[in-house]
Design a protein around this ligand. Structure first.
Ligand SMILES: [Zn+2]
Length: 275
């Protein structure tokens, strides 16, 4: 109970598991803000938009999808906590807002009402299952339970640490620090992190491009072959890079974004070459 309430209201230490480009799995304990505040951040209209997004942001649809889910769930979490407090305070007569303390008291001393032990057990069980289902839903919306990968060549701009993100781009980008040094705790909201990438370089790695678009490596290469996006090979490293501002952005909880448009009308030179 204590754990559930802490996650919802106070924040907690989460072990982030992520895979580096060599395939090695790492575990890093990182403090997370409360689920309520993370959902709140999810609801707030994104500030930064890339130029390509701006074009698509028409008046009616400019509110990012996914926000409604977070808003709804946040309201449900607040209501569930309030109801749990009301029921428990009523049963114990204690004023403390700590659900863990309330339940501990109830288990030890019983209810001040005439409830029998079985009723009390049922009451506690109901509250626990309600809150834990809320926490589970929140973790899905917030992208916690997705495998995480490192973004190569894109260090944290605060401490130079390694940044990790869910494979399908459904999470925030989290700094996990560097070998032997703890994370600086920096988090990039997932709608902001492309601006971070653009600040460092407008061209991003294939892994970052996959995370950003939610699409696979073969799909990106196919798009490049079809002329939908431009792939460049860094002569220094031999690795492919992608122009972040030209890529469609994945929206968590929604199907992957459509492919960028095919290149428009062919130039006279193309036609001449064919004829
Ligand atoms: Zn950092």
């Amino acid at each position: 109970m204590h754990r559930l309430q802490t996650q919802l209201e106070q924040g907690w230490e989460e072990t982030i598991t992520w895979t580096d480009p060599e395939g090695t799995v790492h575990h890093e304990k990182i403090f997370q803000a409360s689920i309520l505040s993370q959902l709140q951040a999810e609801i707030v209209e994104p500030r930064a938009m890339t130029s390509s997004e701006n074009k698509n942001a028409n008046k009616a649809g400019s509110r990012a999808p996914g926000n409604a889910d977070a808003l709804h769930l946040r309201e449900e979490c607040v209501a569930a906590l309030k109801e749990a407090r009301r029921v428990l305070q009523n049963a114990t007569g204690l004023g403390t807002p700590s659900l863990g303390v309330q339940i501990g008291y109830l288990e030890k001393h019983g209810s001040r009402r005439a409830d029998n032990d079985e009723d009390i057990a049922q009451l506690i069980k109901g509250i626990l299952s309600d809150l834990s289902s809320k926490v589970r839903s929140a973790r899905i919306i917030l992208g916690y339970d997705m495998p995480k990968v490192a973004l190569p060549d894109t260090p944290c701009d605060q401490c130079g640490g390694i940044l990790v993100v869910a494979q399908d781009a459904s999470s925030d980008v989290t700094c996990v620090g560097v070998e032997g040094m703890a994370s600086c705790g920096k988090r990039y909201r997932r709608r902001e992190w492309v601006s971070l990438l653009e600040k460092i370089t407008s061209r991003i790695s294939t892994e970052a491009a996959c995370a950003y678009t939610g699409r696979s490596v073969p799909t990106l290469y196919r798009w490049a072959a079809e002329g939908r996006v431009h792939r460049q090979v860094d002569p220094r490293t031999g690795r492919s890079t992608w122009d972040a501002s030209k890529l469609p952005q994945a929206v968590p909880g929604h199907p992957p974004p459509p492919a960028p448009a095919l290149p428009t009308a062919r130039t006279p030179a193309d036609t001449a070459a064919e004829g």
